[in-house]
Write a protein of this length. Structure first.
Length: 291
């Protein structure tokens, strides 16, 4: 874990992100956490053989490009704590240049070769998250690779911001190669082993690509971090406050992790003996002494 934090603090990696708008950090998360996540996800996702034998038993996993998406929290503590992992948070803070961030969304997804055309057009992500056009580092998207991502299993394709040129808000999607041939010609595949972390700005052109491996499987955790602002949207965690997954995650998290979900930080005027007792009752296992 310490090695990953040292790597992302390396000025060359940060400079690469600042220049290009994206960076791939190999081995960002330790192998055991990746193995544990893959094992836990067996309860959600079929193997390729299981899907092949009984496709009608799993219609939702191949229901379009976003089939197989399970939004956070998923009611498994190891999976629900993964987007709040200390290394991941440190990377997000380093790239955003801020320690005041919020988790905007998170979800696990599996893709199966030979089932769905996962090809997308180059686009920006910020229209999903912001009513205004954000500054470059206000919102950063991530993919944590839970399986090896090769050229044959639909890697994310990205274009350096140096090629994009000035941010044009009326060109959030390049609907074909004719719409920006020089931009499509410059795209690069974010290929890396399981445990790699892809980070990209919401103002950086990127797209999902086709799964060409006939029986390939791609498993990822996708999520976004952003600077809090009234015009920035996010998955509504308060409405999930009585979900078992969220209750467990809140109880098991550190104050720093809870702040990423919108909890008041230690020292905030909200925290009084009465409020601490009330929150402890709401989230069994919550430790009031953290505040």
């Amino acid at each position: 874990m310490a090695d990953a934090m040292v790597r992302i603090m390396d000025s060359a990696l940060i400079s690469s992100f600042q220049r290009d708008g994206w960076v791939l950090v190999p081995d960002a998360v330790e192998k055991k956490l990746i193995d544990d996540a893959r094992e836990a996800l067996r309860t959600f996702y079929p193997s390729y053989d299981e899907l092949d034998r009984s496709p009608d038993d799993y219609p939702w996993v191949t229901d379009g490009q976003f089939g197989g998406l399970r939004l956070w929290p998923v009611d498994d503590l190891s999976l629900d704590l993964l987007p709040l992992n200390e290394v991941i948070v440190t990377i997000a803070e380093s790239l955003a240049g801020s320690t005041d961030l919020r988790l905007l969304r998170a979800g696990y997804q599996v893709k199966y070769g030979g089932t769905v055309d996962y090809t997308q057009v180059l686009h920006f992500d910020y229209p999903n998250h912001s009513l205004v056009v954000p500054s470059d580092n206000d919102i950063i998207g991530f993919f944590l690779y839970l399986s090896d991502v090769t050229a044959e299993v639909g890697p994310t394709m990205l274009v350096s911001d140096t090629v994009r040129g000035p941010l044009l808000a009326d060109r959030t999607h390049l609907w074909s190669t004719d719409d920006g041939p020089e931009i499509y010609a410059a795209e690069q595949a974010a290929i890396g082993p399981a445990g790699s972390l892809l980070a990209y700005r919401s103002t950086t052109y990127h797209r999902g690509s086709a799964m060409t491996a006939p029986r390939g499987v791609r498993l990822t955790l996708g999520f976004s971090y952003g600077r809090p602002a009234p015009w920035t949207g996010f998955q509504s965690f308060p409405r999930l406050g009585e979900e078992p997954g969220l209750i467990q995650a809140v109880a098991a998290s550190t104050p720093r992790q809870r702040a990423l979900l919108g909890f008041p930080p230690p020292g905030d005027p909200y925290w009084t003996p009465e409020s601490l007792a009330a929150v402890a009752r709401r989230y069994p296992g919550f430790n009031p002494s953290d505040y």
